[in-house]
Design a protein around this ligand. Structure first.
Ligand code: HEC
Ligand code: HEC
Length: 441
């Protein structure tokens, strides 16, 4: 018997015990006897099996009490139409889908984003975005719907403004009807005296023509525009919520362990199984990439050296911007009277101590389809990511307040390949085809 086979037999015995634990936890498959006489089903130890059962399946996305329409199918269809529409941009060519292209893992394949101008950050994928607590690499948004407002007015992205956006929706018969069916009619913006062609707040640039036009509007009119602008974001969020990935080979394998379809045992090659054991064990990836979406939803530095852009403060600046955001979860635009915001926003200010250089831990489902990696897109392949974690070559030095989590893993070539195989086994890009373009009806 080779060393590996011995190991395997020993681990196999442990499986029964672990499945017993799973049954106690009330996992599906309860009461099913593991087939101890059958072929070895997994290389994992009972503790590893237990972790796998915690990491799969990905549950339904959590509710969003700040968005009264988060589950409304008509709102989602409107949001889908807006997401793919290129007209709401200064050049008439930029839609959300320009950078978040469903055929490219809901990102753009570029190192750094570019529409009207370069953005010094890598485009984030929208897979499983509804599970996130914070949005953007620096967490400067705290709800999915308020995130969706920013790109329209970002001069590097859509370069548009909220008044023009509402007017353009009102001018399109189909969109206006969809909007009215969900939210009630759009306001009448035809009075050019009250509602200029283009108006928006431009923080830090009060002399900008859009900012001056916005400041000249009556407060009640600004309020009305903002209320509807927020609803546009709520519709887009209802659409994005459907971008969920939960049937990866890893999930099928874990489902088989729970007593589901035994064909799932063939889904995860041994290399990926070994990679999982590393991920949750020796390589300590789980410290930050924890939970069924493989992120703790918080901010860390993985010590990857800054790219050419450099100087990106990340989280500390994100916290400041979030607290100053008139659409944050404690604002009057949240549909739960700020209840969520009071909890969420109480925490980050206390952690102003976030040292510079912390970014949101990305979820890893479908990560094999969303290269290049990191907030500046500095890393081309998963093999390069894993090599970095293994050697920490060229790593940034953590500041005095920085975490001390990472250390060189010194993984062998085979172990590195195993970790990559595991990351690849988190791939499930299947989605109803009707989500991959504007709504059909
Ligand atoms: C020019 C390319 C571009 C366009 C157009 C664009 N985005 Fe993005 N998106 C990005 C980049 C870059 C980031 C990360 C930026 C950052 O962290 O500062 C991002 C981040 C996001 C995130 C955060 C994901 C997360 O996990 O935190 C969401 C959600 C999102 N975009 C949705 C949208 C929507 C909705 C639209 C249209 C209204 C849109 N984007 C338009 C490039 C773009
Ligand atoms: C200290 C927390 C931490 C640990 C431990 C950690 N990561 Fe990360 N990981 C992060 C953060 C934060 C980022 C984003 C960093 C950035 O953009 O600058 C990241 C980025 C990544 C990315 C790129 C994802 C993308 O969409 O760009 C991959 C892949 C990844 N990590 C895999 C792993 C693996 C595999 C391990 C274990 C060997 C691991 N991570 C350990 C925090 C961590």
């Amino acid at each position: 018997m080779t060393r590996r086979r011995r190991l395997r037999a020993g681990r196999c015995l442990g499986l029964a015990a672990a499945l017993g634990v799973a049954a106690m936890l009330g996992a599906p498959g309860r009461g099913q006897e593991p087939d101890a006489s059958g072929p070895a089903q997994t290389l994992w130890t009972p503790a590893e099996v237990e972790l796998a059962l915690e990491l799969s399946p990905l549950p339904e996305p959590p509710p969003d009490p700040t968005n009264a329409w988060y589950e409304d199918p008509a709102a989602a269809a409107l949001g889908q139409a807006l997401f793919y529409d290129r007209r709401f941009s200064a050049d008439g060519r930029t839609a959300c889908a320009t950078c978040h292209d469903p055929s490219q893992g809901w990102t753009d394949g570029r190192r750094l984003a570019k529409a009207l101008a370069f953005n010094p950050r890598n485009t984030m994928s929208l897979w499983n975005v509804a599970y996130n607590r914070w949005f953007y690499w620096d967490g400067r948004k705290d709800t999915l719907w308020s995130q969706a407002l920013a790109p329209f007015e970002d001069p590097r992205e859509h370069g548009f403004d909220r008044v023009a956006l509402l007017r353009a929706i009102a001018a399109d018969e189909d969109l206006a009807a969809r909007y009215a069916a969900v939210f009630g009619p759009l306001p009448d913006l035809s009075d050019g005296e009250r509602f200029p062609d283009h108006a928006r707040p431009v923080p830090g640039e009060e002399t900008h023509a859009h900012a001056r036009a916005w400041a000249a509007m009556a407060p009640a009119d600004r309020e009305e525009v903002d209320r509807h602008f927020a609803r546009v974001g709520k519709a887009i969020a209802a659409f994005e919520r459907q971008i969920v990935s939960r049937d990866a080979p890893f999930d099928r394998f874990v489902a088989a362990l729970r007593g589901g379809d035994p064909a799932g045992f063939d889904a995860l090659p041994e290399s990926a199984q070994r990679g999982f054991a590393l991920f949750v064990g020796e390589a300590r990836c789980l410290v930050c990439h924890d939970g069924p979406n493989f992120t703790d939803g918080e901010f860390h530095s993985n010590l990857f050296p800054a790219g050419e852009e450099g100087g990106d403060l990340g989280r500390p600046r994100g916290v400041r911007r979030l607290l100053a955001d008139p659409f944050n979860a404690s604002s009057r635009h949240a549909d739960d009277d700020g209840a969520t915001g009071r909890v969420k926003l109480a925490f980050p200010p206390r952690r102003q101590a976030h040292p510079p250089g912390e970014f949101k831990t990305p979820g890893l489902r479908n990560v094999a389809r969303t290269a290049p990696y990191m907030h500046e897109g500095q890393v081309a392949t998963l093999a390069d990511v894993v090599r970095f974690y293994s050697t920490l070559e060229g790593a940034a030095q953590p500041g005095p307040e920085g975490e001390r989590i990472l250390r060189p893993l010194h993984l062998s070539e085979e172990q590195q390949a195993d970790l990559v195989a595991f990351l690849e086994a988190l791939t499930d890009e299947s989605l109803p085809p009707e989500l991959l373009g504007p709504p059909a009806d």
